[in-house]
Design a protein around this ligand. Sequence first.
Ligand code: ZN
Length: 237
Amino acid sequence: MKIPQNKIKQLIEESAALADAFDVCSVQLMAVADLPTRFGDFQIVGFVSPCDEKEHTAIAKGNVVDKEGVLTRVHSECLTGDAIGSLRCDCRDQLIESLKRIEAEGEGVLLYLRQEGRNIGLTEKIRAYALQDQGYDTIEANIHLGHKPDERDYRIAANILHNLRVKSIRLLTNNPNKIQQLRLAGVRIVERVPLITQPTTYSEGYLRTKAEKAGHLLGDLSTVRDVEKILEPPKED
Ligand SMILES: [Zn+2]
């Protein structure tokens, strides 16, 4: 089962009508092709962002069009992790684990967003790594360089899902901020699915910072799937 040709034609036409060159988060669906991978057979959906010409993709399994509760991973590009196998982060492990889960489920989608280095860009990420080599943690390094700890914008992801006519999702994530931003952008999240990877000696500190400073769900909340529970404010003792 995959997205059939007549649906693809429809999606491309609808997307062309929706695309807005003045909206920074607008995307236009340009092309769909089969993508056999070592993790299973997928389709790759190519999007262009009309305002900055960034090329985002969705890797789809099954016919996700008009579906509810689609298993979804929203992944931001990480050249060093995804392609080179860097041990400084867990991006590649999360990418591979997500594709395996989607394959096992037989239906789902992975959005691959061009937001390198939590959207500060590759060179700035390398600058931040250099600072981390001197003892800064991942968040301190970004702030030292004049960036926010996390500059990713998930409205693009929301638009991609809208273009694919995905009605609601089950989101593979440990990041409550991602859940919140996607909800604000109008995505219906019916469940959060934990995505736990094994830390390496190099990524341990990075993962600890994500948990302690960015609220990632790696401790008590690591298995919670109820989105409302994750987003409710912490209770005072
Ligand atoms: Zn990474």
